[in-house]
Design a binder for this molecule. Structure first.
Ligand SMILES: Cc1cc2nc3c(=O)[nH]c(=O)nc-3n(C[C@H](O)[C@H](O)[C@H](O)COP(=O)(O)O)c2cc1C
Length: 207
């Protein structure tokens, strides 16, 4: 059993912690906003390091795999858009298991962002139609090889193309976002944002 004095001390400590945690809430909101700003810059600012990220998928049969992909759009619904060939290995993984994570790094400000969630595959729906209109010229060649990407070939320069467009849109619906900045003013900063209904729970983590 605790004495009255001890109980009061715990109570004071609890109040102090509550006040302190409240003091840092605006900072968490700043980090969250910075995350979305950086992601958006990846699609709008030429040469921004967040233009590419590593996309990890986990296939129940063959295991995990990562590859670089280009971030094409950050939508108004806070989802991330990527393009790929419908016949690619990642499509196969994602059809079996939509769990995905993408990893971004901006070396200039030493900021790492990890986004984890479920991937929606768009092939021939309205989202797909809208993005199809945006791919033009040379980038059509990313989706029209005769044989599927990853197929073994003897001649690396003679890749036959067809009129078929094997284009797919991937839309990542974030559920967890982790922020880590190694070059912050006070300290290293690490925070996690978890989607809860339409809102985001935000909390700091030990870096
Ligand atoms: C800088 C860079 C950007 C890339 N962007 C894409 C992309 O946007 N979409 C894509 O499907 N593959 C992209 N790739 C190729 C992938 O990294 C990968 O090699 C390919 O998609 C096959 O992966 P998979 O077999 O796991 O599907 C990119 C590669 C590099 C080096």
């Amino acid at each position: 059993m605790f004495s009255e004095a001890e109980t009061f001390k715990f109570f004071l400590k609890f109040i102090e912690d509550e006040i302190l945690s409240g003091k840092y809430i605006p900072m968490l909101i700043d980090l969250f906003n910075e995350t979305w700003k950086e992601l958006t810059c990846g699609t709008t600012v030429k040469g921004h390091p967040f233009r590419t990220c590593s996309l990890a998928t986990n296939d129940p049969d063959s295991g995990m795999r990562q590859r670089l992909v280009i971030l094409r759009e950050v939508t108004e619904h806070q989802t991330l858009i990527f393009y790929t060939d419908i016949r690619s290995g990642k499509m196969n993984h994602l059809q079996k298991n939509p769990d995905s994570s993408v990893l971004f790094y901006n070396a200039q400000i030493k900021l790492q962002i990890m986004v984890q969630g479920k991937m929606i595959l768009h092939t021939h729906d309205e989202v797909w139609q809208n993005h199809k209109l945006r791919i033009e010229g040379k980038s059509i060649n990313d989706y029209n090889t005769k044989y599927p990407p990853g197929k073994a070939i003897k001649n690396p320069v003679d890749v036959t193309r067809t009129r078929d467009l094997n284009f797919a849109v991937l839309e990542l619906q974030p559920e967890v976002i982790e922020y880590l900045k190694l070059k912050a003013e006070l300290n290293r900063l690490r925070a996690v944002f978890r989607k809860k209904n339409e809102d985001w729970d935000k909390t700091f983590l030990v870096p």
